[in-house]
Design a protein around this ligand. Structure first.
Ligand SMILES: Nc1ncnc2c1ncn2[C@@H]1O[C@H](COP(=O)(O)OP(=O)(O)OP(=O)(O)O)[C@@H](O)[C@H]1O
Ligand SMILES: [Mg+2]
Ligand SMILES: [Mg+2]
Length: 599
């Protein structure tokens, strides 16, 4: 175990460089067809056309977990998985965040970490992190093609290639085992009992995050049924933690735990007054619940692997000085990151070092990105957005944003508690006219009749009102796995069907006007002329009229790249404007926006 990573830094750095070189060497031997794009093509071929909730087996005579075991055996991984010291996390909402907190905490404690989360936003490699960083392309390619070719050699009618998520799970195990991580933090894909990740037989500890109604087509219609799927990750006598739940869910968790002699405890949400840090790196009140769970999971993991006492020995002074948590925990909770969840991106022509300041000639454009797509998460998202835009109005604490993986000139991006700006920006901001804009899309399996009113009501109850809503199709789809370098064109496909977006708009207008409004629109758009005039954004809500052809409260936008350009042009044209754009409803949409802002 590399418990004292920091003291051995120099030799480890050398070793790492040697490894990377060795990797590069072996990559050069890969045939051209084994490039990253080819890997994406291969992955895309694993996407099953099966509708969610359709339970007919997608191939072969074996059950899903049975197949997982066979694949792992083919790859020689089955035995080795038991050597991984796993934290396994299921739940409806907060899995990724909880896992990200756990990863950062244990890395700060000095361990080599592996983190497997889903879904990804921009590039599939985001799903696999080693020591807090997305797996490098070189390593990804080696492990990917290794798994791919071995499985391809062994497929048969009874045992076809695994579907996408199963393959990605196998790949995660392959990477973490080969890279000899000290801890593997594994997020369940869907449910628990039947999830591909549930081949883990003896995790160190299990976590169940907030439970709610989602994926009912696969998991059942009641909270109890859903809880029963999630509790399917419990293993005999292995400790488990959850968060405060409704009794309908908690009863089922307790019952399942009882049957397996699982000691199940409820982790208390983090007390922000007493935790010893400044701000959590992931914002929103709901993150206190996730952080509390992560603290319990990590503490348990450290105890069960014999490292808790060691950690206390080293840091006893600080802990004795009255801090609630060991300093490594505080550092982890203050730095964990997960893109597209309550993420703020300041899209200005300013550079990070502030040297190219042209903002006086331009308005401000800030994106608030949150991939919420279920009713509960939409509420959490609404509360966060209201709070974050308010915090900005009163120009509260000014601190430097944490560093980010983005390194682009015209974008500042960070994860924070609504503390948006550097000092200079706040002064400039004070005389700008703020407008809150919604940029929304959701998949047609979601119910916008629930999502949109929730968003409007929660925001409204804290005084946040959207002056406009823009409905736009996402660029990426479920049919293709793309890489971060894949091109997003601004062309509008002539055949694009926007009827779903018009449907969203109709629901929106009904919420705003309190009655049905008839829309006389063709559901196809094929020209840039279809973009609304910039004035749409300047008018205030009192000018909105359901009879106005341009629907002043909302607009359907023909393409996302054009929408971003349109927003940028709007603020360029109007220096006194400050647009705060909430992007939500779909992780695809959020990922696409992030991708477009990066360049
Ligand atoms: N504890 C929570 N309670 C309610 N909503 C939450 C909670 N944690 C996160 N969310 C909301 O859910 C969204 C997704 O968060 P996160 O990625 O942590 O969850 P997840 O369980 O991994 O979700 P997914 O189903 O997308 O994999 C966040 O953007 C936020 O809006
Ligand atoms: Mg989910
Ligand atoms: Mg997730």
């Amino acid at each position: 175990m590399s418990g004292s990573r920091y003291t051995k830094m120099s030799s480890q750095v050398i070793e790492k460089m040697e490894n990377e070189l060795a990797f590069k060497g072996s990559c050069q031997d890969l045939p051209l067809s084994s490039s990253y794009e080819a890997a994406m093509e291969a992955l895309s071929s694993l996407i099953t056309r099966q509708k969610r909730g359709d339970r007919t087996p997608v191939g072969g005579k074996f059950g899903k977990l049975e197949r997982m075991s066979i694949y792992l055996r083919i790859l020689g991984l089955e035995e080795k998985i038991s050597g991984l010291k796993v934290i396994h996390v299921a739940g409806t909402k907060g899995k990724g965040s909880t896992c990200a907190f756990c990863e950062a905490i244990l890395r700060e404690c000095g361990f080599r970490t592996g983190l497997f989360t889903s879904p990804h936003l921009i590039d599939v490699s985001e799903r696999f992190r080693l020591d807090g960083l997305d797996v490098s392309e070189d390593k990804f390619l080696i492990y990917f093609w290794d798994c791919w070719s071995q499985l391809k050699e062994n497929v048969s009618e009874d045992l076809p290639m695994p579907p996408l998520f199963q393959f990605l799970t196998i790949l995660a195990f392959k990477i973490f085992i080969s890279e000899q991580v000290d801890v593997a933090i594994i997020e369940v894909g869907l449910g628990g009992k039947k999830d591909s990740t549930n081949v883990i037989k003896e995790p160190v500890v299990c976590g169940i995050t907030s439970l709610g109604l989602d994926h009912m087509e696969a998991l059942g219609n009641t909270l109890g049924e859903i809880a029963s799927h999630k509790a399917g990750i419990f293993k005999p006598q292995i400790p488990a933690f959850t968060v405060p739940q409704l009794s309908e869910a908690m009863d089922v968790l307790e019952e399942t735990a009882g049957g397996l002699m699982v000691p199940l405890q409820v982790a208390v949400p983090l007390d922000i007054q007493r935790w010893g840090g400044d701000t959590l790196s992931l914002s929103g009140d709901h993150q206190l619940v996730n952080a509390g769970l992560a603290v319990s999971l990590c503490k348990c993991w450290l105890q069960r692997t014999g490292n808790w006492e060691k950690l206390l020995e080293k840091k006893q002074d600080e802990v004795a000085a009255g801090l609630e948590l060991p300093p490594a925990f505080v550092r982890g909770l203050s730095t964990a990151r997960l893109s597209g969840r309550a993420q703020i991106v300041h899209d200005t022509p300013l550079m990070f070092n502030g040297s190219a300041d042209t903002s006086e000639n331009s308005g401000e454009l800030t994106f608030y990105l949150d991939g919420a797509h279920s009713p509960e998460s939409m509420e959490a998202c609404a509360r966060w957005f209201s709070g974050a835009t308010k915090a900005n109005k009163t120009s509260t604490p000014l601190s430097s944003p944490p560093s980010t993986s983005f390194n682009v000139l015209n974008m500042k991006s960070f994860w924070g508690n609504g503390c948006l700006n550097y000092e200079n920006d706040c002064v400039q901001s004070s005389n700008k006219m703020s407008k809150q804009i919604l940029l929304f899309n959701c998949m047609d399996v979601r119910d916008p009749q629930i999502l949109l009113p929730r968003l409007v009501n929660i925001c409204g109850s804290s005084g946040t009102h959207f002056s406009k809503a823009l409905f736009v199709p996402s660029v990426s789809t479920y049919n293709k796995v793309t890489s971060g370098t894949s091109v997003i064109t601004s062309d509008i496909p002539t055949t694009r069907d926007l009827s779903w977006q018009y449907n969203l708009q109709r629901i929106w207008e009904k919420i705003i006007h309190g009655k049905d409004v008839s829309l006389d629109k063709s559901s196809k758009m094929d020209s840039v002329d279809s973009l609304p005039p910039h004035e749409l954004l300047y008018q205030d809500i009192s000018h909105c009229s359901p009879t106005d052809r341009n629907f002043a409260c909302s607009a359907v936008m023909p393409s996302l790249p054009l929408t971003i350009k349109w927003l940028r042009d709007c603020v360029k044209e109007n220096p006194s404007l400050r647009l705060q754009v909430l992007v939500t409803g779909s992780l695809h949409l959020v990922g696409d926006v992030l991708k477009l802002l990066r360049r």
